[in-house]
Each structure stands twice: as C-alpha cells, then as structure tokens.
Design a protein around this ligand. Structure first.
Ligand code: AMP
Ligand code: MG
Length: 395
C-alpha cells in the first residue's frame, strides 16, 4: 500500500502550470500575476480637491474666523470631470467638487461646511492652511513604480488599482482546465425520475464545484455508464482540451469497474493507506494527467482535498495552495483503523473540534455541514477526548 504522502507526490508530479496568458482585467480575479505591474501613470494624475468646497489662495482666507468671516467672489464652478485649464485669480474663489482638478494658483480647499455655500460670492468662516484638503499628483503612485509583483494573487483591490492605472489587460498564470467525469450505470441526472435501484449523480456536481472553488476551470462535466466503450469514447472526446482529468467510481475491487477496466495501460491503480479513499489511480491519457477517485461521495471529495486541491492550486501558482492545517483539541474520544490515515469530517469551534457523523464514506449529509477534516495518523487507533488532533480548515 502507498502512503498518503507517496500518492500526494505522484499527483503533484503530474500537474504543470500553463504558460502565462493575457486576460481582460475583470477576468483576472483570483489569478496570479505572471509579470510585475509597473505604473504607466501617476495616481492621482493631477492635483485635485479632497472635499466639496472652494478652491482659494490660503493667504486670502488667513484671517477668516466665525467672528471675522471673509467673503470672496466665486469666479468659476468646477465639477469633477471639468477638463479645461483654469487659473484662480488672487482675491477670488472657485467652487469645486471632490476629485475636480485644482485650478492653477489655488493652494487650499475650504470645505463647504465652513461656508455659506454661495455661488455668486462665498462667505468663509475658517482659515485654511496651504495644501489643506488638496490631493497631490503622484502622492499615491508615481509613474514608473512597480505597484504589484509577479506571483501575487489578484484581489478585488488589485484589479481596482490596475484599472485606475488605465490598464485593460493583465498577464496571469491561467486557470487549470479540468474535465470531470463520473461513472456508474446506476446514476441519473438530478431532475429526472428515478427507477428502483437508480440514484442521482452527485459526485460530478460536487467535484466540479470543488475545482471551481479551488480556482480551476471546469471544461466539461460528463456522466457515463459503466460501459467501457462509452466511458473511453467520452474521455477521449474531451481529454485534449483539459490540463487534468478527474474521474470518480469504477476503481474498486468489484466487477464492472469501468475506469480500471478501461485504463489499465495508462493509469497506475493503487491502494493508499487511508480511510476513506483507499482505491486511487493516477496516470496520463492522451498526454493529459488523470486522477481516478473512488465513487463513494465522501471518499471522492476527501480524496480531492487530500490529493488534488493543493497541486491544482500550486499549478496556478497560488501563494497558499494548501488548506490551513493546525492542531485542535478533541471534544470526544475517537477510534481509527490501524495502519491507515483517517480523515473524519468535523466541526471546528475555536480550538475545539468535534467529529461529525460516522466515518462511513457514503454519509454525505455530514460532510455538507462540516467545516474541517480531522487527520488522524496511521499508527493511532484511539484518540482520547482532550487530546490534540490535526485538522484541515475547510473554511
Ligand atoms: P464505485 O466506486 O463505482 O463502486 O461506487 C461506490 C459507491 O459510490 C456506489 O454506492 C455508487 O453508487 C456510489 N457512486 C459512485 N459514483 C457516484 C456518483 N457520481 N454520484 C453518487 N454516487 C456515486
Ligand atoms: Mg461505480
């Protein structure tokens, strides 16, 4: 039997990052920058007002107070977006809005709140310092500065910065494209009536969501029967457009194991010392890496977490590819099979963790409301209440 770590290494070795691509900025959220972003312009691009109010020469309002207000003629009205060059004559004010360009000669902004708000003349009740409420060109970003570095994951704020710099496209490490396939002659699509003995397909829906949640792109979600020819034809039809193929089902020890029966030459089928998720396979079909997960829903998703999620994210060069792991205190005693790494579903509350639902690999309900996995070491057969256990934080 393979250890969990050995199989993790095999899977990680199959995945490779794609070459960088140029994408439109709105599509770059969550992707990793392939090159540094150097500011082509300064931010702000011009001196402008930080307040709605009046542009003045600070000297002209130096004596203004509640008792001795200063009244100035209002020579111009400058809303945000006004583009013609303006000059403030001494002894006058321009009404100005937030973000509007500061007229030449103005040295301060008087907030509207300390004035009478006039449009012909304005009476100002407070003195201003030079530069008060003025935003200076380049105070945020100087043109030519590196503002984002290659390897950085693009957040909403990063996209905002890129847009503010006038860039419409950005070079990123593209998403890994994943073909998800489920197998089983008992499966029918949700929304279709069930015959006795049939069940609704859930793994492909779940795994496709897990791929997207990990930052990947799902190219196709296909469901096939346990017919070898149908499975192989479907697989080969879609393999070329994927960077990774993930299948579920058909890899155990029974008869009608369609994945095993179809891919004996291309995939190495192994047993991994873990519960759930013992039957696993990894290889290449038509050059594309393929990971064959077991069919039980809990096994399928736990296997995705343990083997695929980290390497998939690493292949997109995401800075934190792995789930956060840490120790938590067990609120109850647990047993675990000797010689197998057990992954239980759990609920983490602060530093305390409660195992959630039975260990059996078909209890999807518990997994759906769990927020962590408990990782119980291979040699542990009993974990006592109050002892520490490693958890994978799924939040
Ligand atoms: P298998 O690994 O194909 O033997 O499947 C193991 C168990 O998981 C069986 O009870 C299957 O019916 C169930 N199963 C397999 N694939 C799926 C699927 N895509 N959705 C829901 N249940 C599945
Ligand atoms: Mg099956």
């Amino acid at each position: 039997m393979r250890t969990v770590e050995e199989h993790q290494a095999v899977v990680a070795g199959l995945l490779t990052p794609r070459d960088p691509v140029t994408v439109r900025v709105p599509e770059a959220l969550g992707l990793v920058l392939a090159v540094d972003v150097v500011a082509p312009l300064s931010l702000p691009g011009f001196n402008n007002s930080a307040m709605d109010g009046y542009a003045v020469r600070a000297d002209d309002v130096a004596s203004a107070s509640e008792e001795t207000p200063v009244t100035l003629p209002v020579a111009e009205d400058i809303p945000a977006g006004r583009t013609d060059p303006l000059t403030l004559a001494p002894g006058t004010a321009h009404r100005i809005m937030t973000g509007a360009p500061l007229p030449a000669g103005a040295t301060a902004i008087v907030p509207v709140e300390v004035t009478d708000g006039g449009t012909e003349t304005v009476t100002i009740r407070r003195a201003s310092q030079v530069d008060q409420h003025v935003r200076h060109a380049g105070e945020d970003v100087q043109a030519g500065t590196t503002v984002l570095v290659a390897g950085q994951e693009l957040s909403p704020a990063a996209l905002g910065l890129i847009a503010a710099l006038g860039l419409g496209e950005v070079d990123v490490v593209p998403r890994q494209r994943v073909l998800v396939m489920s197998t089983g002659s008992e499966l029918v699509a949700p929304g279709t009536p069930l015959l006795p003995g049939q069940i609704y397909e859930s793994n492909a829906v779940m795994l496709a969501a897990a791929v997207r949640d990990a930052g990947g792109e799902v190219t196709t979600v296909a469901m096939t029967s346990d017919d070898v020819d149908v499975f192989r034809a479907t697989l080969l039809e879609h393999a070329a457009t994927a960077d990774l193929i993930v299948t579920t089902g058909g890899v155990s020890a029974g008869a009608y194991e369609v994945v095993k029966d179809s891919l004996g030459d291309e995939v190495e089928f192994v047993k991994v010392a873990m519960q759930p998720g013992m039957p696993q396979g990894a290889g290449r079909v038509a050059g594309t890496p393929i990971i064959t997960l077991p069919g039980n829903p809990v096994s399928a998703l736990v296997s995705f977490e343990v083997f695929i999620r980290g390497p998939l994210r690493a292949a997109m060069r995401l800075p934190e590819p792995e789930r956060r792991r840490r120790d938590a205190t067990l609120t109850e005693s647990l047993t675990s099979p000797r010689g197998k790494r057990q992954f239980r579903r759990g609920v983490l509350d602060g530093d305390r963790v409660t195992s959630y639902g039975p260990p059996a690999s078909h209890h999807l309900r518990w997994l759906a409301s769990a927020n962590c996995l408990l990782e119980i070491d291979d040699d542990v057969t009993e974990a006592a209440e109050g002892s520490t256990v490693r958890i994978w934080d799924l939040r």
